[in-house]
Design a protein around this ligand. Structure first.
Ligand SMILES: Cc1cc2nc3c(=O)[nH]c(=O)nc-3n(C[C@H](O)[C@H](O)[C@H](O)COP(=O)(O)OP(=O)(O)OC[C@H]3O[C@@H](n4cnc5c(N)ncnc54)[C@H](O)[C@@H]3O)c2cc1C
Ligand SMILES: Cc1ncc(C[n+]2csc(CCOP(=O)(O)OP(=O)(O)O)c2C)c(N)n1
Length: 573
């Protein structure tokens, strides 16, 4: 007999699915047994379902294809949810299979009962209950099409007993996933856009992740417009490299040069970006935007013109209408500012001889220098995101994954798992916070069990550092931010994973080299300077006020030593 679960497996195969990240359970038995019997889709077992969702998201981000995760009924699939929010907001195509309680018990308050159709509504384009064998393959195919064409999450919910029933004879379609259309604007829109850009005397371009694959066109355009290129964080991997117009990132953790290049322009061109922080957009400039999603045009700032189109395709047309500018004063001043800002940040990353602790900036810089040319990095939310944004050098082949839109802690190691599983030959490096690593630490056992050679580099500052800084900047005394950590390298060794502990700057390079050269998984536990200031390029009066309030409170509350230490870290390198 062909079961509904068998039919689901056939449908997944038809869509090109190669593996499913998940954690088994009674309600998933039909599916896992069908996978076992078929043998062509790999089951990737994790220890926490949230990790399965993050890993599937990384897999989809890197392959561009649908990735799948699964959880058993009730708490099993509920654990997927935070990772699925991340996938959905990153717009990566992920199918989640949420097993459900026995179909006869739905609505009775049965053991483990939840309502996945309600729970997953907010983090998906599509969530549907399979309640009859005739729903398969149609609902599974529809879910895959929703995830791939709208880019995001789709969820199918199926009771364990239904998965074991006899399948409907209907076979899956030969072709489930279809090519996305090429979206280009009308010639009149392009010439209108060119007119505005040609009128501008100081044009700046802000690039985001929508510039993927459009590197050369963007550089050509910047050359014609003599325009500095600022990027949003998700644009970093696509535009920062081999870019003579690069003036850095904008935003609270960006470069002052990125901020000022946007402030100083008379015309701002937004290319494939949804940069969310509105206070960083200029108030008095003309702003024009190209985005493939009409809904995102003008979402963050007031536009003079919005153009719906793919960045590369639109620029191909636009380049023909844009005049070569002669005056490069604006560009030169932005480049000079960038050079100074970069030099300032580089100074913070210098290995200071005789310094007792490793600066996190130095760790990030040395890691970037030692990593391979096509390394895949993931960085935890918190300070590791700051260090990755500022110190990782991209080159068009390296990749950077993070939880940049959903902003969830503990993303880095789970994403590294998905990266390594889908790209066994590539070097994969997780830049983990000590808080982030500990949050989903159980899945180091997955890394070990699957013998994934990924490198987990822990920025061990003994703090929930990013929040510690935020509290101080807002004038609060830090509460609950201290972490009393074990020696993570020894812990790794105890479970059979290669561990390297680095406590002194003198050992940094050699320790990292050893770990990167190790053929299997490795944990590098680096005790880093806990009190680095992550100063925003634009320090507002409120933030400055906050800092002084914190200093006063710290002194009054007897945290004077910490205050002096902070001052030393910031000013006396
Ligand atoms: C702790 C922390 C701090 C952060 N601080 C900063 C910061 O200081 N600065 C910063 O920049 N970010 C920061 N971020 C990240 C920030 O929240 C956003 O995620 C990021 O700025 C968005 O980058 P983006 O605009 O490139 O990407 P997205 O939000 O992904 O936007 C991409 C846009 O491009 C469009 N698009 C996609 N494909 C195409 C195409 N082919 N053609 C045309 N358009 C297309 C999409 O529709 C979308 O509108 C931080 C995140 C964290 C976790
Ligand atoms: C799941 C989740 N919980 C809490 C937060 C709030 N938060 C953001 S960063 C951070 C601290 C991260 O600490 P750690 O991983 O140690 O990195 P650090 O900033 O110290 O380098 C916290 C608590 C969050 N973003 N996500």
């Amino acid at each position: 007999m062909t079961s509904v679960a068998d039919r689901i497996v056939q449908t997944l195969k038809s869509a090109g699915v190669q593996r499913i990240y998940g954690l088994v359970g009674d309600s998933l038995n039909g599916l896992t047994d069908a996978l076992r019997a078929d043998g062509s889709i790999q089951w990737i077992p994790v220890r926490h379902e949230e990790v399965a969702a993050f890993a599937a998201g990384a897999d989809a981000a890197l392959t561009g294809s649908i990735a799948v995760c699964a959880g058993s009924c009730g708490p099993g699939n509920l654990h997927l949810i935070n990772g699925l929010f991340d996938c959905h907001r990153n717009r990566v195509p992920v199918l989640a299979i949420a097993a459900h309680i026995p179909s006869s018990e739905i609505g009775s308050g049965f053991f483990q009962e939840t309502h996945p159709q309600i729970l997953f509504k907010e983090c998906s384009h599509y969530v549907e209950l399979i309640s009859n064998p005739t729903h398969v393959p149609r609902i599974v195919e529809t879910a895959i099409r929703e995830a791939t064409s709208k880019r995001g999450v789709a969820v199918v919910v199926i009771s364990g007993d239904l998965a074991l029933q006899e399948a409907d004879p209907q076979l899956p379609a030969a072709s489930i996933v279809h090519e996305p259309p090429a979206i280009a604007p009308s010639p009149s829109q392009v010439s209108e856009l060119a007119r505005i850009l040609n009128e501008g005397e100081r044009v700046t371009i802000l690039c985001g992740s929508g510039c993927a694959g459009a590197h050369d066109e963007v550089i050509k355009l910047a050359g014609l417009l003599k325009a500095p290129i600022v990027h949003a964080l998700r644009g970093k991997e696509h535009i920062e490299w081999e870019n003579p117009f690069d003036v850095g990132m904008t935003g609270l953790i960006g470069f002052s040069s990125g901020y000022y290049a946007m402030l100083a322009c008379d015309t701002l061109l937004l290319l494939g970006t949804d940069f969310p922080y509105r206070q960083f957009y200029p108030r008095n400039s003309r702003i024009v935007q190209i985005d493939i999603r009409g809904a995102n045009l003008g979402k963050r700032c007031r536009l003079e013109l919005g153009v719906i189109g793919d960045v590369a395709l639109t620029l191909e047309q636009l380049l023909e209408y844009v005049d070569q500018k002669g005056d490069d004063t604006h560009l030169q001043s932005a480049l000079k500012h960038y050079k100074d800002a970069r030099a300032g940040l580089d100074t913070l990353a210098v290995v200071t001889p005789g310094h007792k602790r490793v600066h996190p900036q130095t760790l990030a810089r040395v890691l970037s220098d030692l990593a391979s040319d096509d390394a895949i990095f993931s960085c935890d939310v918190g300070e590791p995101t700051v260090w990755a944004a500022r110190y990782l050098e991209m080159n068009g082949r390296r990749r950077l994954l993070g939880s940049f839109l959903h902003g969830s802690m503990a993303n880095a190691m789970p994403q590294a798992i998905g990266a390594q599983v889908s790209h066994p030959g590539r070097q994969v490096i997780s830049m983990s916070g000590d808080g982030g690593f500990a949050m989903l630490m159980g899945d180091i056992l997955t890394v070990r069990q699957l013998k994934l050679p990924l490198k987990i580099v822990i920025f061990n500052n003994g703090l929930l550092g990013f929040v510690d800084i935020e509290m101080k900047a807002a004038g609060f005394l830090p509460v609950g931010t201290q972490l009393d950590n074990p020696n993570f390298a020894q812990m790794a060794e105890a479970i059979g994973v290669y561990g390297v502990r680095i406590e002194s700057p003198a050992d940094l390079e050699e320790g990292l080299k050893r770990a990167l050269a190790h053929p299997g998984p490795a944990v590098v536990d680096v005790t880093t300077e806990p009190l680095e200031l992550v100063m925003p390029p634009k320090v507002t009066l409120e933030q400055a006020k906050g800092f002084s309030v914190w200093m006063m409170k710290a002194v009054l509350n007897g945290q004077g030593t910490e205050l002096i230490h902070l001052a030393q870290t910031a000013w006396s390198r």
